[in-house]
Design a protein around this ligand. Sequence first.
Ligand code: ATP
Ligand code: MG
Ligand code: MG
Ligand code: MG
Length: 477
Amino acid sequence: MQTAEIRRRFLDFFSTRGHEVVPSAPLLYNDPTLLFVNAGMVPFKPYFTGAEPAPFSRATSVQKCVRTLDIEEVGKTTRHGTFFQMNGNFSFGEYFKAEAIKYAWDLVTTSQEAGGLGFDPDKVWVTVLHSDDEAAALWSNIAGLPDHRIQRRGLLDNYWHMGIPGPGGPCSEIYIDRGAEYGPDGGPIVDEDRFLEIWNLVFMQEELSAVRAKDDFDVVRPLPRPNIDTGMGLERVAYLLQGVDNLYEIDEVYPVIERAAELAGKRYGADHGDDVRLRVVADHVRSALMLIGDGVTPGNEARGYVLRRLLRRVVRSMRLLGMDAPSFGELFPVSRDAMKGSYPEVATDFARISDIAYAEEEAFRGTLTQGTHLFDLAVSKARSESASTLSGDRAFQLHDTYGFPIELTLEMAGEQGLEVDEAGFRTLMTEQRDRAKADARSKKGSGVNTEVYTRLRAEGETPFTGFETLTQESAVR
Ligand code: ATP
Ligand code: MG
Ligand code: MG
Ligand code: MG
């Protein structure tokens, strides 16, 4: 079943059950606590906290999400994308546990002919919070699940809150058993590779105060009208229903793997290391496409830095795969074509999106060659001195002059069995930032003729070209 069809079925299922279909919010959302939207409930937060009255009592959406926390997992696990889509159904003070469990069970196990997702009921396992006897009983009564397929877990895994005083509650996660060839028996507590988490149902039932940690908070009182917030991983369901081995092989992602393999002269499936790189390429190209589409541009702070890091990892992964020529011009159109069915704007806005991506590739390719040379020299030097650590100085130089994100230096050093003095690197970064601030202060109000700047601004944006133009000399200085 195509990803677009699963998304359609999900929305249909809930809209015929009285849920308002709400379009995805952009990845860049007006929420100062987040870099990007990372869950389906984010746009609905004010309704859950009570800050605003909900305009509808039930809603459903397929929300674009980016989770940078998962970046290191990409390609290594079967299930983590940096970009993914979260299907959700939400109740604002209307229905609660029994209905949420019944809906989820029906959609997951109703046959495909009858409009459901058609999973074998015998392959479904769930988790509940250790103390949530109510949810356990509902899974037993509604779904007829035997006790051993209702696993109990602690607060760290099965309790949700926003990390601030506000609503919270236990959750219940739905897993699909992929079969004995993927790992040991015993359920999701034993093996999360064999038992794939597809859906998380959050039962927001109480008000919290004094939130000290994920699993340490005070419950003030039960919410007068509890809420439901659920999130189902669209790509995870797609990977199961498309009969492939992981999230990177679904219809919306795999075409980029294919094209990248072709460009690099590799056969996907022949070598584990190469496969991981190809998955990273396909995942990151898609995430970058969607992020730029929603208005993010590469930069050195926060959001722009995440995008920059994704794009640079693509460049480097392609190089490690043996492709030295530019590749974005081949890869981005393939990702666009795989995504435009659900997101037509990536096609209509492609000229702008690709300009930004291609410029970043060009800039980074130049510095990568020089930076890699410097890095190799540093590695040889460390080896000859039997040192096991690259200095903070070196990492800083790679960052400052060659635009190597520290994560890239860490990754490359790791491949050589070396550590990096990250604390030293951070100290130098802070010093640089402080210098820049002091500079800015001393320039302020110094009577400079600003006419030229005003004119420049009127001419439009001035791209930062430091990454291309800074020379090795300026780094040595
Ligand atoms: P996992 O334990 O596998 O990392 P999670 O518990 O962090 O997942 P939730 O926060 O419960 O995930 O998000 C709800 C659903 O969104 C998950 O059940 C899963 O189907 C999906 N999901 C979460 N993270 C990702 C990701 N990085 N890529 C694809 N789907 C994801
Ligand atoms: Mg996770
Ligand atoms: Mg989980
Ligand atoms: Mg979860």
